[in-house]
Design a protein around this ligand. Structure first.
Ligand code: HEC
Ligand code: HEC
Length: 285
């Protein structure tokens, strides 16, 4: 199974006085009594050398009360932002006088399955594209509207609206073909130690998931639940916002949201969740 805790991490960060291991639970997540969410499944083939056999949603690592908030959309605070984004979707903006709906009609149909395959390679741009990049491309090039700030509240809300249309579908980002190079770059970042604490993503989310780090139960750092409503900051958080926070916790300078580095990291981390259901907007602490 897992490798033992890195000595640096154990010494610097793991809760004193006792080292507490707390296994993820075995609960199952069904949303609104009908959408079954795969929160645990076999790790994809490319993770063979990680020692992780089962990939798990961050949902398993949260307290029962937090988990319950995701079982019914009336309790899921993230859904408020989906409703707001639906209004934005239908409202014309920009010099072309168009709304998202002018071209994409009902997102329940046009956006179904989209979240499960992003980030993905874009042939025209010759680069890997995230949903946020695509939204801004549509806004600036097709609507004549201002692009959203990459990890802003309106962007997070629009991502939630797009994401919810794929809830329950398995994450399935492509990592072969032209996307491979970006994926390799993301993988390298995942295993690079950053900051004063000299910690890589892998030190926490691969070597130590299931353990407590201070008051927090460490998950595998999966992205299938994004955007995430966090009880801690009472807003919807984007993937890049979360990455930024995690890197900052190692006391390193962070890469900027929307930077090529974080796009590559997003693709790599998403690929570690291939097979888990799209779960966003999810609720975490
Ligand atoms: C003038 C028409 C037009 C408008 C308005 C428009 N889009 Fe698009 N959108 C497109 C086209 C065309 C594509 C396909 C682009 C491509 O494949 O490169 C697309 C693609 C997308 C995709 C990717 C879908 C997929 O299957 O990968 C998303 C997400 C998206 N748009 C979101 C939005 C949002 C959100 C808005 C409003 C803020 C919006 N679009 C407004 C024309 C439009
Ligand atoms: C010092 C340990 C540490 C490091 C290093 C770290 N994280 Fe985290 N991360 C956490 C903690 C603690 C949380 C909140 C609890 C949890 O979900 O694991 C978290 C949460 C996350 C989440 C949210 C998971 C969810 O389901 O909501 C993602 C995604 C994530 N981290 C990715 C990363 C990536 C990518 C890196 C490397 C750039 C990284 N983390 C580095 C400690 C760390």
């Amino acid at each position: 199974m897992k490798r033992t805790a890195g000595t640096v991490l154990a010494a610097v960060l793991l809760a004193a006085p006792a080292f507490v291991a707390a296994d993820p639970d075995d609960d199952t997540l069904v949303v609104n009594g009908e959408i079954e969410i795969t929160t645990k499944t076999a790790a994809p083939a490319h993770m063979q050398d990680t020692g992780i056999e089962t990939i798990m949603s961050g949902w398993h690592f949260r307290e029962d009360e937090t988990q319950a908030l995701q079982m019914d959309d009336f309790d899921n605070t993230g859904m408020i932002f989906v409703e707001r984004a639906q209004e934005v979707w239908d409202t014309p903006e920009g010099s072309a006088g168009k709304s998202c709906a002018s071209c994409h009609d009902d997102p329940a149909e046009s956006m179904r399955g989209v979240r499960a395959v992003y980030p993905k390679w874009d042939d025209d741009r010759q680069e890997v594209k995230t949903i946020a990049m695509q939204v801004n491309e549509c806004r600036s090039e097709r609507m004549g509207a201002e692009p959203y700030k990459y990890d802003s509240a309106p962007m997070a809300a629009m991502e939630a609206l797009i994401t919810v249309q794929s809830r329950g579908m398995p994450m399935n980002v492509a990592i072969d073909g032209p996307a491979r190079e970006t994926w390799e770059k993301g993988k390298e970042i995942y295993y690079t130690r950053y900051g004063q604490l000299q910690l890589a993503c892998a030190n926490c989310h691969e070597d130590n998931y299931g353990n407590m780090i201070r008051a927090d139960h460490l998950s595998q750092g999966q992205t299938n639940g994004f955007p995430v409503y966090r009880l801690k900051n009472t807003k919807l958080n984007t993937v890049h916002g979360r990455f930024k926070g995690c890197i900052r916790d190692t006391r390193a300078e962070t890469f900027a949201p929307g930077s090529p580095e974080l796009v590559a990291l997003e693709l790599y981390v998403a690929s570690r969740g291939n097979g888990l259901s799209v779960e966003g907007p999810s609720v975490r602490n």
